[in-house]
Design a protein around this ligand. Structure first.
Ligand code: PRP
Ligand code: MN
Ligand code: MG
Length: 180
């Protein structure tokens, strides 16, 4: 599996440091607000586990699985809910945790959905941001790294379901996805 990686972009140590720094900021910003921290399955699971352990104040966790309708959709606010939240977001300060923002379709839809459900505030924390690929306007509040337009996998990010379990973010060798 490691042989399929061209280069390590962000090591576990770099990710840990970023999580500590973001966690400090999040702690200050959400002190006394009892945020609902939402993990967007499946990509965000690893980063979620890191970031919540760096939040040093009361918070609650919930999980949501959504899929965007793909590249040929032009409609906004369209996200298919595979698994919904267990609790209501009405009046809650929400913090969405993501692994990557690419076109922005997933998060643009999700933010719209949660605001429509009367969340008091909706903030975004993402490990990776790939602004070059943006189609929908999404401005994350907490960003780990801005990534170049490369095929990145690991630390939650997959290619056809694989590589999520890599303990780092790496660039996939082109021959792996070109031969499919
Ligand atoms: C990936 C990633 C983000 C989303 C980003 O999830 O984890 O959630 O795509 O892309 P976008 O900004 O273009 O919408 P995916 O839908 O592949 O599901 P997964 O997390 O289960 O891999
Ligand atoms: Mn995802
Ligand atoms: Mg995926």
């Amino acid at each position: 599996m490691n042989n399929d990686i061209k280069a390590v972009l962000y090591s576990k140590e770099q990710i840990d440091e970023v999580a500590r720094n973001l966690g400090e900021r999040i702690t200050k910003d959400f002190e006394g607000k009892n945020p609902l921290v939402i993990c967007v399955l499946k990509g965000a699971v690893l980063f979620m586990a890191d970031i919540v352990r760096q939040i040093d104040t009361y918070c609650e966790l919930d999980f949501m699985d959504v899929s965007s309708y793909g590249n040929n959709t032009v409609s906004s606010g369209e996200v298919k809910i595979i698994k919904d939240l267990d609790v209501s977001v009405k009046g809650r300060n929400v913090l969405i945790v993501e692994d990557i923002i690419d076109t922005g379709r997933t998060l643009a839809s999700l933010v719209e959905l949660l605001k429509g459900r009367d969340a008091a505030s909706v903030k975004i924390c993402t490990l990776l941001d790939k602004p070059d690929r943006r189609v929908k306007t999404v401005k994350p509040d907490y960003v780990g790294f801005e990534v170049p337009n490369e095929f990145v996998v690991g630390y939650g990010l997959d290619f056809q379901g694989h590589y999520r379990n890599l303990p780092y973010v790496g660039i996939l060798k082109p021959e792996i996805y070109e031969n499919i």
